[in-house]
Ligand binder design. Structure first.
Ligand SMILES: C[S@@+](CC[C@H](N)C(=O)[O-])C[C@H]1O[C@@H](n2cnc3c(N)ncnc32)[C@H](O)[C@@H]1O
Length: 323
């Protein structure tokens, strides 16, 4: 990323639209240059969240079966490209893109053709057929009720859904609400370690939300262009909060007994406290450093928490195995 190439008039306008809610009022991309600016910066940061999600899925040996990918609300198309790259473009035949902005569709199609010359890349035309792999990224808080219904109609025809959103309380809670309605027709691949009702919906957990943190690739935090971008844009590049949902028609290998840490473990002198989600619900657990110093260190160092199987004594973790 070259900071000299950035147009702050465009970037400030876009960010202002995202933060103020104005982005929900209709198409806001004003030119291909808007998308190019977004793609280099805010879009790339979203790409780091996708990298974190896709790393976990590939580490678990999970992959989609559909050979057609639809990137809905594509913007500059970062999500679809990350997914194709992670699972191998040779495993796909087509990249379809949809956005209510023609600038966004055209930008993503041009980028997609350049990156994946062997794929059929084009605009999505809804013929009522099955959708294949549906990729959704950072679009939920821009959708009025009618547009959300349209998206839910596509989800109902999808084989697999990969969905990444910002990691704030409101959006995560909205995604949890959708999760609850979709579990009757899909299996939950991630982040949930169980197929039951979301534990965050129980009384007393209202102030919590399901979110995670993605680190930037190595070198970004020392890259003077990225550092200048972060300072100017007022964004912390060290970790990007996200929430997500991976849904599949086909059941994945069981992760029975597994737990996932929500948010971050908090570290204190000699112990850490964390919020753990499992089939038993969401509960606060503690880890004494002396019980497992390696795990204590790992939880501090690594922002992306895998699934664990805890060894516990009541509310204390005394050991853990990665799933
Ligand atoms: C914040 S951008 C995210 C773009 C891209 N998915 C990403 O993750 O970088 C939201 C995108 O959703 C699109 N969008 C918003 N409402 C839409 C709707 N009703 N139908 C289709 N696209 C929509 C916007 O035009 C914009 O490109």
């Amino acid at each position: 990323m070259n900071c000299e190439a950035l147009d702050w008039t465009v970037l400030d306008r876009l960010r202002q639209g995202f933060l103020s809610g104005a982005a929900a009022k209709g198409p806001y991309w004003q030119s291909p240059a808007d998308l190019a600016q977004y793609n280099l910066t805010y879009g790339e940061r979203i790409g780091w969240k996708w990298d974190a999600v896709l790393r976990e899925l590939t580490r678990r040996g999970w992959r989609p079966r559909s050979r057609t990918l639809l990137d809905w609300g594509c913007g500059s198309g970062v999500a679809g490209r990350r997914v194709l790259t992670a699972f191998g473009p040779e495993n796909f035949d087509a990249l379809h893109v949809w956005d209510h902005s023609a600038f966004a569709r055209d930008f993503t199609i041009t980028q997609g053709k350049a990156a994946f010359p062997a794929l059929a890349v084009g605009p999505f035309a809804d013929t009522g057929q099955p959708v294949g792999l549906l990729v959704i990224s950072h679009v939920l808080n821009e959708l009025p009720a009618e547009a959300l219904q349209q998206l839910l109609g596509l989800i109902a025809r999808a084989e697999t859904v990969l969905w990444v959103e910002p990691g704030n309380h409101a959006v995560s809670r909205q995604l949890i609400g959708l999760r609850e309605t979709l579990t009757s027709t899909f299996h939950l691949v991630a982040p949930c370690p169980h197929q039951g009702a979301c534990g965050l919906l129980t009384v007393g957990n209202e102030h919590h939300w399901c979110h995670f943190f993605a680190e930037p690739p190595a070198g970004v935090q020392n890259d003077s262009d990225w550092v200048r971008f972060g300072q100017r844009a007022g964004v912390d590049l060290r970790s990007q909060a996200y929430s997500y949902l991976v849904l599949d028609r086909v059941e994945s290998p069981s992760v029975d007994g597994a737990s996932r840490i929500l948010g971050r473990a908090e570290h204190f002198k000699g112990f850490a406290r964390l919020l753990s989600c499992s089939a038993d619900g969401v509960e606060e657990l503690e880890l004494q450093k002396r019980a497992d110093a390696d795990l204590f260190k790992q939880l501090k160092k690594d922002a992306s928490h895998p699934l664990y199987r805890w060894e516990r004594e009541d509310h204390r973790i005394v050991g853990a195995k990665r799933v």
